[in-house]
Design a protein around this ligand. Sequence first.
Ligand code: PGA
Length: 258
Amino acid sequence: MPERKPLISGNWKMHMNHLEAIQLIQKLSYALDHADYAATDVSIHPPFTNLRSAQTVIDADSIPIALGAQHCHWEESGAFTGEVSPAMLAKLAVSYVIAGHSERRQLFGETDENVNRRLKAILAAGMIPIMCCGETLDEREADQTETRITTQVDAGLAGLKRDQVGAMVIAYEPVWAIGTGHTATPADAQAGCALIRDRVRANFGADAAASVRVQYGGSVKPVNVAELMAQTDIDGALVGGASLEVDSFSRIVRFRLQ
Ligand code: PGA
């Protein structure tokens, strides 16, 4: 079984202007060292307006933090007011792009079908998608968790190649755990991540299932990260609130020491 290097990603959502972003990246670079980056991949996903400044500071100081985006459109260019294309992100040295975050699904009408188009466009532009999936509280209470995750994974990844899926990231983010302080128990988080890997195995084979990285997201903090990361099928974390502060995010990256 291939070694899956953990990936800890900070989803800044609509927080931080570009000056605050530069400060936070510089503070992170002081807090983390080469041993941290050797053990764990780290990505940050600031708002679009910060990407150029973030790229400049990361480049100038050779900081081994990967730049990520939170969203993109699937077309390369055109009359799509307010949207940003994968090619534009790739040009800014963005490596990871989140697709299908539950906030985008709930507030901005993203569907499994257009998440799938986004994934294809992100891959075609040479970047790595982080596809989010997860059930709402209502779905969980109605015993629909498995169905929901299965549908989102099957439809989101439809038509992708085995090696593309094997190299991507899928985040299990139960909607009821996001920004609520109610983290899933390690067992529930493991069950969701294992189900995602099972779907990848069923659709794309054992090699893709063994190498795809599955993150857990939803109220990850320094106090709960180690137990979550100890689960067999959890290869990383997608962190919202706790990624906005240097101390909490660097402690999450150093989950082995918690
Ligand atoms: P949270 O957000 O860590 O603030 O719960 C996670 C996410 O939405 O990716």
